[in-house]
Design a protein around this ligand. Structure first.
Ligand code: HEC
Ligand code: HEC
Length: 352
């Protein structure tokens, strides 16, 4: 009996996968979508910024999620965005340098994708200013998906589902790179994380949810450690480019590569610390394997003589001088930024 049921389900599944989707009629309009997040967020942040040329819709986000997990975007059909941006790791990669489809590696660590709707520049050096323009790059990047857009568009156009799904999202069955990027950007805007234990304690007033050690860590984060000077407010990032004193000499000039201004050399995007527990390794080049190592940098590893050191480093430039216990407390606190619901939310998972 169970076997029969299983067979029936399996047949149904195969059938469902093969089946193309019924076309909707001419009058079909995509349904405008708003992303849910706690109301207190609006006290600290603007309403989620929208791209007026790419308003969020239910169908747009759903299509974007399929494309984010679509291996056909890569030349040899092996890699999707999610290969380097894994949900369980806060949409980042556990490898120091992610491997592209040919096994070639870059020299930067894949970044976490979280609350980016509020961000104004993308990549460690901020060379892109919209999520739409960012999404173009990995597809053709030789050390990532190493494909060309004509091939991607051709593959998606011949697919039994995609033309109809593009129609539902954008009212056209003529697929192009712009629309692919738009859909992916919509999906990325839906990736909001404000449901950590830190949020419950700090913004929602649940005073019992953190233990004493975590509360000590919180106090270090906001006072002695001065971390919130840059990893500030609800986003735990001020979205600026700053040098946090990692190096005396720069092998990667970061922001300076984009502005060609030597005073920007060594500056990198202040990334959010949300879900930092699961986004190791750390920093633009993934040089630190653990949070303990990252904390040690601020505690005793800062290169005081690093050119273009950020003014916000003033208070901690000589190291924070934490005791071993205080370091552990700070690390314990950083782990309260983990948002389990975000990391396991089915709406963000592979829909294929
Ligand atoms: C081979 C691994 C790899 C693949 C595949 C990949 N990425 Fe990335 N991603 C990276 C790396 C590495 C960075 C940082 C690169 C840099 O700063 O130069 C990055 C950065 C980003 C950022 C910037 C985040 C921020 O805070 O500024 C976004 C957004 C992003 N990727 C989205 C995508 C999307 C969408 C796709 C699929 C179209 C994709 N990535 C495919 C490795 C990858
Ligand atoms: C002057 C601003 C500034 C201050 C102050 C600061 N940070 Fe950072 N932080 C940054 C920047 C910029 C980066 C990215 C640097 C890079 O990769 O080159 C970063 C990266 C990190 C990362 C790695 C993030 C990732 O995803 O790879 C951690 C962890 C971190 N900081 C924790 C802290 C802690 C803990 C404190 C307080 C002790 C602190 N930061 C203080 C600017 C700052």
């Amino acid at each position: 009996m169970r076997k029969a049921l299983f067979l029936m389900l399996a047949t149904l599944l195969v059938f469902a996968c093969k089946k193309s989707i019924n076309p909707v009629d001419e009058n079909f309009e995509p349904i405008p979508a708003t992303i849910d997040y706690p109301s207190w967020v609006s006290v600290y942040l603007s309403e989620m910024p929208q791209n007026i040329s790419n308003p969020l819709t239910k169908e747009g986000i759903a299509l974007g999620s399929l494309l984010f997990y679509e291996t056909q975007l890569s030349k040899n059909n092996t890699q999707s965005c999610a290969s380097c941006h894994q949900q369980a790791n806060g949409f980042s990669d556990t490898s120091r340098f992610s491997s592209g489809i040919d096994g070639s590696k870059g020299d930067r660590n894949a970044m976490a994708i979280v609350n980016l709707a509020w961000s104004k520049s993308f990549f460690w050096d901020g060379r892109r200013t919209t999520l739409e323009s960012q999404a173009y790059d990995p597809v053709t990047n030789p050390i990532e998906m190493n494909n060309d857009w004509a091939t991607v568009v051709d593959r998606l156009s011949k697919n039994s589902k995609y033309p109809e799904l593009f129609y539902r999202a954008f009212k056209t069955r003529k697929i192009d790179s712009n629309l692919v990027a738009k859909a992916i950007a919509q999906f990325e805007r839906s990736l909001v994380s404000f449901n950590s234990r830190f949020d419950k304690y700090y913004f929602e007033g649940d005073t019992t949810i953190l233990n004493e050690q975590e509360k000590n860590g919180l106090s270090i984060f906001f006072n002695k450690g001065d971390c919130n000077h840059c990893h500030s407010d609800v986003l735990l990032s001020d979205d600026a480019f700053r040098n946090n004193g990692l190096d005396k000499q720069f092998t990667d000039k970061g922001r300076g590569l984009v502005t060609k201004d030597a005073t920007d050399d060594g500056k990198f995007k202040v990334v959010s610390l949300r879900n930092i527990e699961v986004t190791a390794p750390y920093m633009h080049d993934g040089r630190f394997k653990t949070l303990e190592e990252a904390v040690s940098h601020y505690n005793e590893g800062i290169h005081k003589d690093s050119p273009n050191m950020d003014d916000n480093m003033q208070k901690i430039i000589s190291g924070i001088q934490l005791s071993n216990q205080e370091k552990l407390d700070l690390v314990a606190f950083l782990k309260t930024f983990t948002d389990q619901q975000f990391l396991t939310n089915k709406a963000h998972s592979n829909p294929h």
